[in-house]
Design a binder for this molecule. Structure first.
Ligand code: PLP
Length: 428
């Protein structure tokens, strides 16, 4: 991942001289009557088509798992062993410590938090709801839905900055060390949403071993993009579960993953991996909620992939579709804004997003200008708790969904909006 140029700070006053020219460009953009959308990180129809054979699997008369279980029936709370085996290898965890559940890993994150609030977690003193306050450390910019869960459950959020190696580990350590209300940290270790950064082995080691005032401190290790590479180099996620066990904190990490952006976003399979104690804790409560997951869907996924190599080969096909869209984003930004000093942006090696920082105070104006030109962007502030970016500078771009030609038009328009917002600020 690289960022270019190094820092977008104040706008160069000279830019005001370009205001008339940029207003004309913007008027021409508006005249095109566009209707483009770079908001949510969804797979495109072309990507969904890669998994079309799933729709005819496992097929009539084909409903017996490797163990002889009839997948049409109740039971098998942990998920189908043959599917867990494939993903245990990909996620670097023992099969015993990996559950396969229904679609949406977000639901597993939500359930873990709700269970913690209602019942407490192993190693803790009881339900988190009995505490005077519960705090989560939120690296920013981050994933809006993580923050929304905390907000809904009344969990206080404190922010730490992201770095190219993951969350600022010194800032996390300082918050976690003395305050027993700090019960959790959100972390997207690989190709983070939205800045694409990857947690280094060193940072992972620090996170799992740092002293915590709360005995039941948990890292919500959301490995959503573990296999979603945009280059041929397949970055390996640090094995936080193993490292935590080595550090004497085996229960600290809850890892989440899913096939939402591997097969079907609305009909995939989700995974929870953790220590044996945490897996037992989760399933003990899960047993009240379900008599077993959708094993038919799990069987069709296992048959479709065959093995871990099958998943990797499938992800290479996603990469062929996605990589040109991401390179269009970064090359258009470089071409249009490269030497203007008005923004910095990430150039991720995987995941679903590009994170752009404009000069402080301008993100909302850029999103507004883009919207009025028919280019829908994620609302400014969405990458921060409570939807409030204190500096109003971060914008998350999601280029996966529109066709390449639309990404190119949209990004050229976004560049015009960034330049115009900066020129307006320079002239003010
Ligand atoms: N985690 C992160 C970091 C995401 O970016 C997303 C989707 O954008 C999700 C989780 C959602 O995952 P799922 O579809 O498995 O609920």
């Amino acid at each position: 991942m690289s960022t270019s140029p190094d820092h977008a700070t104040a706008v160069d006053p000279e830019l005001s001289t370009r205001l008339p020219e940029l207003r004309e460009q913007y008027a021409a953009l508006q005249a095109r009557d566009l209707s483009l959308d770079l908001t949510r990180g969804k797979p495109s129809a072309e990507q969904l088509d890669l998994s079309e054979p799933l729709l005819s699997l496992p097929g009539e008369g084909n409903h017996t798992a490797a163990s002889g279980t009839d997948v049409r029936n109740y039971g098998g709370l942990d998920g189908l062993p043959e599917l867990r085996e494939i993903f245990a290898e990909l996620l670097g965890v023992p099969v015993r410590q990996l559950l396969a559940q229904d679609n949406a890993s977000l639901r597993l994150m939500y359930d873990c938090l709700v269970q913690a609030v209602l019942f407490g977690v192993p190693g803790g003193d009881g339900p988190w709801s009995a505490e005077e306050s519960v705090t989560f450390v939120c690296p920013v910019p981050g994933y809006d839905r993580h923050f929304a869960i905390c907000e809904e459950l009344g969990i206080r959020m404190v922010t730490v900055p992201m770095t190219p190696d993951g969350p600022d580990v010194e800032a996390v350590a300082a918050l976690v060390a003395d305050d027993p209300s700090v019960k959790g940290l959100w972390c997207v270790p690989t190709y983070a949403n939205p800045d694409g950064s990857v947690v280094s082995e060193d940072v992972a080691r620090r996170l799992v071993s740092m002293p915590a005032a709360a005995p039941d401190f948990r890292i919500f290790w959301d490995n959503a993009y573990a296999v979603h590479h945009l280059t041929e180099h397949e970055t390996k996620t640090a094995n936080a579960i193993e490292l935590a066990a080595e550090a004497g904190n085996p229960d600290r990490v809850l890892m989440f993953a899913s096939t939402s952006k591997v097969t079907f976003a609305g009909a995939g399979v989700s995974f929870l991996a953790s220590s044996p104690a945490n897996i037992d804790w989760f399933t003990e409560h899960l047993a009240f909620r379900s008599i077993g997951p959708d094993k038919v869907n799990q069987l069709r996924h296992a048959q479709f992939f065959g093995d871990a190599a099958g998943v990797r080969a499938h992800m290479a096909r996603h990469r062929e579709i996605l990589a040109p869209k991401f390179s269009a984003v970064t090359s258009i930004l470089t071409e249009r804004l490269g030497d203007a000093g008005v923004a910095t942006w990430t150039d991720p090696d995987g995941g679903y997003f590009v994170s752009v920082d404009v000069a402080p105070g301008l993100a909302s104006r850029v999103v507004e200008l883009a919207g009025e030109a028919g280019i829908k962007l994620t609302p400014a502030g969405a990458t921060f708790p409570y939807g409030k970016d204190p500096q109003d500078r971060n914008i998350r771009l999601a280029p996966s969904m529109p066709p390449l030609a639309e990404v190119e038009v949209a990004m050229d328009g976004v560049a015009t909006c960034i330049l115009l917002a900066a020129a307006e600020a320079a002239a003010a």
